[in-house]
Design a protein around this ligand. Structure first.
Ligand SMILES: *Cc1c(COP(=O)(O)O)cnc(C)c1O
Length: 401
């Protein structure tokens, strides 16, 4: 008889996980309100303005600018500081492509540095070692919402005159040492893409405590026009990164659930960690004491195939999915993507040189061995957690027979 669901057996997970995105009457009412208002863009509407005010407060920052998506938010941040050709921007070796893509889209050169193998966040000492006279900015990524060692990163940056742009795409409502992610650096960026912890399908934001940065960013995101311009004055080179009123309407509702969901995921992630303790070959992402609010955008763990009779990670993920557990392999080291390897920067003069890379041992190991579970797996009940571990054990038992 077939046992594993992928081979025709019965899936272990019978009661489904909660769906994502979540919505209720609040989303419906706010979006309907925008439709009826006939003010669908930020210039005449009030929702984007209201969202920006509330999200800035929520993230412990003075200013917030809503934009089209998270990738644009990083590009916008780099543009504010005039970062471009010939400049170097330090980023972690393992992250989602956008962190690097935003840099190359600005014609600047990404410099990859290694991560902590446990927390999967950029190592401050590796950042410091990679600094050259051309280094203009650093983009630490709060991986899965685990805070980077921000006080050290900011101190090194300050000493060397380097801009700090925090990629908090996974960190809505997250904290490092009781301070909100995104509020340490010159600028923090967030994503509201469909899978993110609060979402409007696509969307992004830039937060800052600096009025000048905010003012300049505002002009750039609105095609280079000064605020309230009526005569097509374009004072600097800009782009259209404007968030629309529908996005903001959804986000105003979504923001009301973030804290509660963060708490629930943290409780469940801690429990899942305990349940995995006796499963050989599974090592979850670690947690430093400083991660006072760890949002768990993903539940990440190393998979060691030697405890699964050599079953390759990609195959294991397929077995896991068939059992009803939404899983995915981790991001590869950025420069291992075809995009970087073939220097395909859209004719831009980036010239990434893989031979001159810094040591990326930990990033490579993470990229090649980590699996992540969708955060909705942590948003249900304890039975869900037992099912996750049950599915892993079921596959392990079959392959080790
Ligand atoms: C999702 C994500 C982004 C970019 O977000 P988009 O809104 O999809 O453009 C940037 N950085 C990281 C680490 C992300 O996961």
């Amino acid at each position: 008889m077939k046992v594993l669901a992928r081979d025709g057996g019965t899936p272990l997970k019978q009661k489904p996980f909660p769906n994502w995105p979540i919505y209720d009457e609040r989303e419906i009412n706010l979006v309907t309100e925008v439709v009826k208002s006939q003010n669908w863009w930020r210039v005449t509407g009030s929702k984007v303005k209201e969202f920006e005010k509330r999200f800035a407060e929520f993230q412990g920052c003075s200013y917030c600018l809503g934009v089209t998506n998270g990738t644009s938010a990083i590009e916008l941040a780099l543009s504010v500081f005039g970062i471009g050709e010939g400049d170097e921007v330090i980023i972690p070796g393992m992250t989602f492509i956008s962190t690097g893509l935003a840099v190359t889209n600005c014609n600047a050169t990404p410099v990859l540095v290694d991560i902590d193998p446990d927390t999967l966040c950029m190592l401050p000492e590796k950042f410091e070692q990679a600094i050259t006279p051309r280094t203009k900015a650093v983009i630490p990524v709060h991986m899965a919402g685990h805070g980077c060692r921000m006080e050290e990163i900011c101190e090194i940056a300050k000493k060397n005159g380097i801009i700090v742009i925090e990629d908090a795409a996974h960190g809505h409502g997250g904290e490092w040492k009781n301070k909100r992610l995104g509020s340490f650096g010159d600028v923090g960026i967030f994503s509201f893409q469909n899978g993110k912890l609060m979402t409007c399908g696509e969307g992004g934001a830039m937060v800052t405590n600096n009025k000048d940065i905010y003012e300049k960013a505002y002009v750039i995101q609105d095609v280079g026009r000064p605020k309230n311009d009526l005569i097509y004055e374009h004072v600097i080179r800009g782009a259209n990164y404007r968030m629309n009123e529908f996005q903001a309407a959804l986000l105003l509702a979504q923001m009301e659930r973030v804290d509660e969901l963060n708490k629930l995921r943290d409780k469940h992630a801690t429990e899942l960690h305990k349940l995995f303790a006796d499963v050989k070959g599974i090592t979850p992402q670690g947690r430093e004491e400083g991660a006072t609010i760890f949002t768990h955008y993903m539940y990440m763990f190393y998979y060691d195939k030697s405890f699964f009779s050599g079953l390759p990670r990609e195959e294991f993920v397929e077995y896991l999915k068939a059992e009803g557990i939404p899983a995915c392999v981790c991001f590869p080291v950025l420069s291992d993507t075809k995009f970087f390897a073939e220097n395909d920067f859209n004719g831009r003069n980036v010239n990434y040189d893989k031979k001159k890379e810094h040591d990326l041992t930990n990033s490579k190991k993470a990229g090649e061995n980590i699996i992540w579970l969708h955060h909705r797996t942590l948003e249900g009940d304890e039975e869900d957690l037992r099912d996750i571990v049950g599915a892993v054990k079921k596959i392990q038992n079959e392959f080790n027979k």
